[in-house]
Design a protein around this ligand. Sequence first.
Ligand code: HEM
Length: 387
Amino acid sequence: MLNLTEVARVESPALWHFDNFDRLRAESPIHPGDALGHDFWLATRMADIREVYQTPSVFSNHLGGLHVPDPEYLWIPEMLDPPLHTTWRQLLGGLFSPGTIAKLEPRVRGRFNKILDDIAEKGECEFIQEVALLYPNVIFMELMGLPVEDASQFQIWETEILHLPPTELERSMAAMAQVNAYFADLIAARRVEPRDDIISTACGWEIDGKPVTDDDLQSLFLLLFMAGLDTVAMQLSYSFMHLATHDEDRRRIVEDPSLIPGAIEEFVRYYSFVTPARKAISDTEIAGCPVKAGEIVWLPLVSANRDPAEFPDADKVIIDRQDNRHIGFGAGPHRCLGAHLARQELNIALQEWHKRIPNYRLAPGVEIREHGSGQIGLNNLSLIWDV
Ligand code: HEM
């Protein structure tokens, strides 16, 4: 029986969680587990994981994690099931379409270069704090039409909601309430005086012929904030840790930046840090194992994306991998809404950084630590370079 606090550790050496999922997959396609008194199943293979994601009629997304099977809060659209989920996705689609995101490009590039201006001459940085968390945060503020000065406050909320151990649920809930209050004020202001931003647009939406409520809008903005900030930060951190420790891959993308989009897909595959779950609506089975209605199934994307039955040399990073059909952005109806934005942010970061800082390495003597609670992510990443 797996124990959640043991499998999703509050702190571990870097990459421990990824290696552990490889080990668990090699042992069995499915494992029983306990999450603070709540039973769950862990599925480990791509075929099973993908199928669960693609079968929303049997597996609901209305849960708040393995240890929160019946949440009192709602994250829109993440915790909705079809058909309501489909309605929200149709409304949201335009805000994150390739065309809309392409228009943001110059501003995203400008923002990343501003961050580089502050660190390039220093010859060192604490990458997570100074780059990875800050960058998507600032882009989110721009996208939502929020004051960029509030980015540091959002960074604090982000850590409290997503990175505290499961035993500190109350503190996470308190931070969530603060984010909701922040958005409540903004929704009220935009209803009176609309601007050209996402919040004002969403205030005008209708669901089933009725205007969306303030509560629904708060649930949406809270989710967008959680989905859009930490994810890009963690993907950047693993990508830069990889490049700082693999000179040949770094040299190749510096010499030929056209390799960057493919390299990003491979980093998203190999370092898939999102670990979603689903709740069975009716009795079913996974990998021949009976799963009863109400039971929760854990479906870590990295376990699917490193499955050797699915990818040749699954355990190796191949930056020009062909036919890379990873599910790092999810699968089925909840597939990442922000994937175009995420890819754009990641591409710009890798392009601009390597133009200005082509050679960098890990700071010597600093152990890189990782957390696995919430999603997997690095705690620290000190990089140095010659100036
Ligand atoms: C590298 C960065 C990112 C990764 C790896 C990522 C990954 C994912 C994954 C795996 C899911 C599916 C979760 C599930 O099945 O339960 C998801 C959903 C979602 N993502 Fe992302 N994401 C990233 C960036 C973003 C960004 C920048 C945004 C923009 C705000 C965003 C917005 C969303 C939303 C709104 C959902 C919920 C979709 C739904 O429930 O229908 N994501 N993401």
